[in-house]
Design a protein. Structure first.
Length: 337
């Protein structure tokens, strides 16, 4: 059996489309896999940083609890008295200058000073460590407040002011702030602050001779501008995320289209297999056998029974069947109108 030329061309076009689609799909899958690997590596690095920040935050909470316990213990003991006295047993030879009765209580200023300094030193060391832990955990706090720069700056200013009041300082304020801004869940904002960081360390542009106050001013200004921009979605997907989403949608569409084309191709093959092709005499054209009505099996058998018996030499070569004259042919039955 042979197929018609137009059907073969159609099937060839469909097959070419499937091959081209498969090539495009494989290329898209390769690109998607490469981007997924890059995102996975970045996610792994972020996960490690987040884990470290969480550990620092837990340590900070423990220090705060320890500080509260120490403060409660100091409150239970009571505030230092205005004077520390030592009781002297009656009958000792320690008497007043005028020869009067012996003094029973003596105020010792040196002992009072030692008690005050003991409590002050205890409070200062623990509080300083707790404040330093709070300010070092600023990147974790930035994640907690979803990149709210106003809250981040408020926490930094309050903590740093307390440290300065105690005579302490933070030597890596600029690096701490840049690390904090790197945790903001907005790609455009992170890129902007990264450029500011590069300019700061290169001592170039607006960041030449900049202080931590200049960095905070830049960060706050950009944050307020982006929050007020109606065309920008704060914390929305980055360009890389959008590309991954688009590739996933394209991949799903291509896979669905491939399945549809394969189903259509299979249906065409089934239809061609059902029909029987014969070689006719009209210039070598291919004819397809007309389909019969097989709904009435009994009538079909009666109609085909006479065709299975060849006529004898003395019998006519044609037969009247209904309104049509039919005759026996070699290997097939032809119809005369």
């Amino acid at each position: 059996m042979s197929r018609r030329p137009n059907q073969e061309a159609s099937l060839q076009d469909i097959q070419n489309s499937i091959n081209q689609l498969a090539t495009n799909t494989n290329n898209a899958i390769s690109d998607l896999a490469a981007q997924v690997q890059a995102l996975a590596a970045a996610a792994s690095a972020n996960a490690a940083n987040l884990q470290q920040l969480q550990q620092n935050q837990q340590q900070l909470q423990q220090n705060q609890q320890q500080l509260q316990q120490n403060q409660q213990q100091a409150g239970a003991q009571g505030a230092p008295q205005a004077a520390v006295t030592f009781a002297i047993s009656p009958g000792t030879s320690n008497q007043s200058d005028d020869g009067g009765t012996p003094e029973q209580n003596i105020i010792v200023a040196a002992a009072l000073y030692k008690v005050i300094m003991k409590l002050t030193t205890l409070d200062t060391k623990i509080t300083d460590k707790a404040l330093r832990d709070i300010i070092q955990c600023l990147p974790a706090y930035c994640l907690q407040v979803h990149g709210d720069i106003d809250k981040v700056h408020t926490r930094f200013n309050n903590t740093y002011a307390q440290l300065k009041a105690r005579g302490e300082d933070v030597s890596d304020k600029e690096a701490l702030l840049f690390n904090t801004y790197a945790q903001v869940p907005d790609k455009d904002y992170r890129d902007y602050m990264k450029r500011q960081k590069d300019d700061y360390y290169d001592n170039a542009g607006d960041m030449k001779n900049a202080t931590y106050l200049t960095i905070m001013k830049k960060a706050a200004g950009k944050y307020n501008t982006m929050k007020q921009d109606a065309t920008h979605t704060w914390g929305g997907p980055s360009e890389e995320d959008q590309k991954v989403i688009a590739l996933e949608a394209l991949l799903d569409k291509n896979l669905k289209l491939t399945k549809d084309l394969q189903a259509k191709l299979k249906a065409k093959d089934n239809n061609n297999n059902d029909g029987q092709s014969n070689e006719g005499g009209g210039g070598g054209k291919t004819k397809t056998k007309n389909k019969k009505n097989t709904s009435n099996k009994k009538r079909q058998k009666e109609d085909e029974a006479w065709k299975k018996v060849a006529p004898k030499d003395s019998e006519p070569k044609s037969k009247q069947v209904g309104k049509k004259a039919r005759k026996h042919g070699i290997g097939a039955c032809t119809i005369k109108h």
